[in-house]
Design a protein around this ligand. Structure first.
Ligand code: ZN
Length: 248
């Protein structure tokens, strides 16, 4: 069940049975020569929508632009200031809690978002504590889960891609997007086959160190079948974790 494909009476009926919603959250940023700009938003979205359909829980719109400052030397990347992202996450959350949602599970697709998401949670909880007399508000809880850290997913990625998984524009994440959008599969020769590794600093420094955008990876290995296996493992894990979170 997806929020943007539901009517308000359907959401009202859902709220009578559950106060929990899943929001995919990611980034719009370069993902190397064969990875889609939306990779970090599409991965949690693809997993979340399948999980929501299978288990009957509500999936919100994807928060699809995040912290991508260090990718700004590559065309197409869009970034938010941390303060903008925190303010936006607060507004999304307050809108949802106004309707009665009390459990917000953020399924994240971008490592660069983690610090800001946690800062946003602090901002959100601060507002809950100081709003109204005695903080008499619903028992709101937010949860952050990075999709690649879902139970069993990392082990499967290592098994599928023992060499050249790397840390940015990985064959695993590109495979997930190819599974979701097989018409977007691209065949691009990588040179060097395995990308260099190193620290992440400013945008210009990033492009000097990692000229095609990849870090440590060989995403030419990405394929639809591997993506399907990763998505299946992630869907199973997120259903179990979301159910526990929703009733805790
Ligand atoms: Zn990524």
């Amino acid at each position: 069940m997806q929020l943007h494909l539901s009517t308000w009476p359907e959401v009202e009926a859902y709220l009578a049975t559950s106060k929990a919603i899943l929001i995919p959250i990611g980034s719009t940023e370069q993902h190397g020569p064969n990875g889609l700009l939306g990779t970090d938003a599409l991965c949690p979205e693809i997993i979340a929508r399948r999980a929501g359909d299978e288990a009957g829980f509500l999936v919100g719109p994807t928060f699809n632009v995040g912290q991508a400052q260090h990718h700004m030397a590559f065309p197409g990347t869009i970034t938010l200031k941390p303060s903008t992202m925190i303010a936006s996450m607060l507004d999304w959350t307050e809108s949802l809690t106004r309707h009665g949602f009390e459990r917000i599970y953020w399924l994240n697709g971008h490592g660069g978002n983690i610090a800001t998401i946690n800062a946003a949670f602090s901002e959100i909880y601060h507002g809950v504590t100081f709003a109204g007399a005695g903080g008499n508000r619903p028992p709101l809880r937010c949860h952050l889960r990075n999709w690649w850290e879902l139970s069993g997913v990392m082990d499967l990625c290592r098994e599928l891609f023992p060499v050249g998984e790397g840390s940015h524009a990985t064959p695993s994440e590109v495979s997930v997007t190819y599974f979701g959008y097989p018409e977007a599969v691209k065949s691009v020769a990588m040179s060097p086959r395995i990308a260099p590794t190193g620290p992440i600093r400013d945008a210009e420094d990033y492009r000097r160190r990692f000229p095609d955008g990849r870090i440590g990876s060989d995403p030419s290995q990405a394929n639809v079948e591997a993506g399907g296996r990763i998505v299946a493992a992630a869907v199973k894990a997120v259903i179990s974790e979301f159910r526990q979170f929703g009733t805790a």
